[in-house]
Design a protein around this ligand. Structure first.
Ligand code: FES
Length: 92
């Protein structure tokens, strides 16, 4: 069954963009996955999609929302908070 909310994290390598496969990107992906599972929200972390910001990686994007560039593990909480606050802002 598909999750309600999605965050995409690029794990590709394109010309001019080694940041998406930086060794820290594995730690970031694992932190996103772990912290997402701890939240009460239904969040899926999806790896592998080029986000078109290849020279600014590691990159993550909230489905239908903001792109985060040059992210680090310490940014994971902010990314998830932004997803949740954006979702609440759209609620009736
Ligand atoms: S290869 Fe990562 S954003 Fe394009």
């Amino acid at each position: 069954m598909s999750k309600k909310h999605k965050i995409y994290m690029c794990r590709n390598q394109r010309a001019g963009g080694a940041g998406c496969i930086h060794p820290s990107s594995t730690d970031i992906f694992e932190a996103l996955t772990a912290q997402a599972s701890e939240r009460k929200e239904d969040i899926e972390i999806i790896a592998g999609t080029c986000l078109g910001h290849c020279s600014e990686g590691p990159n993550a994007k909230i489905h239908g929302g903001r792109v985060f560039n040059q992210i680090q593990v310490r940014d994971v909480t902010d990314i998830l908070d932004t997803l949740i606050s954006g979702r609440r802002a759209k609620s009736p």
